[in-house]
Design a protein around this ligand. Sequence first.
Ligand SMILES: Nc1ncnc2c1ncn2[C@@H]1O[C@H](COP(=O)(O)OP(=O)(O)O)[C@@H](O)[C@H]1O
Ligand SMILES: [Mg+2]
Length: 229
Amino acid sequence: MPPSSPSAAPAPALEAEDIGYTWPGRDQPALQACNLQLPDSGLWMLVGSNGSGKSTLLRLIAGLLPLQQGRIRARVRSALVFQNPDHQLLLPSCGSELLLAIDASLGRGERELRMDRALEQVGLAGLADRPIHALSGGQKQRLAIAAALASEAGLLLLDEPTALLDPTSQQEVLALIRRLTSRAEQPLTALWITHRLEELARCDGAALMRDGRLGPWQSGAALARRLAA
Ligand SMILES: Nc1ncnc2c1ncn2[C@@H]1O[C@H](COP(=O)(O)OP(=O)(O)O)[C@@H](O)[C@H]1O
Ligand SMILES: [Mg+2]
């Protein structure tokens, strides 16, 4: 067999090279010569102490902050999921929230079909008319994920999505993302920031952020053991 040429390998889902970012009014950079490559679909987790630059990196990838230095290339559309869904969900009902995320140029029937499909994928089937304030925290977080799916994002950027949830909802959200990133058809890519070491056991690779720089991908379980030691 001929050696595989670089063009034979699929392009990485996301590539961030040599990223530097200093917040306005700050002397110290939040990110410095930071590199990140998501080689493939799957669940990729970032850990690191408070202030190490994880959220800044996610915001740059999502395009919410202007890039000051470096390059970011993404093969697919990305969507952010915040720690607090109340900061993200804007409309009164589940259905209206999802319709906001769906391509407005589509016909009404197709939009409603996509809305129903997104609800079904996150375990909220039939709840289109449910007021958002009547949802539990875990259901709200799953609705935020449904909105990302409805917007046809292939890359989910999750910033401590389980930090505010009770243990059962934490498990549900993690299991949902695990399922979406390992399904046979069109598996998604997720970049998940966590401070819960037990979550690291479920990822395909984990990296440690320290002082605005990201270490190499390693086994999540191994990194969790190192950090707990
Ligand atoms: N909105 C902001 N304005 C000024 N500085 C910020 C802002 N957000 C974060 N920073 C600073 O950037 C650095 C990295 O923060 P952040 O990306 O939030 O880290 P992490 O998510 O790992 O806790 C910290 O020094 C923090 O104080
Ligand atoms: Mg953060």
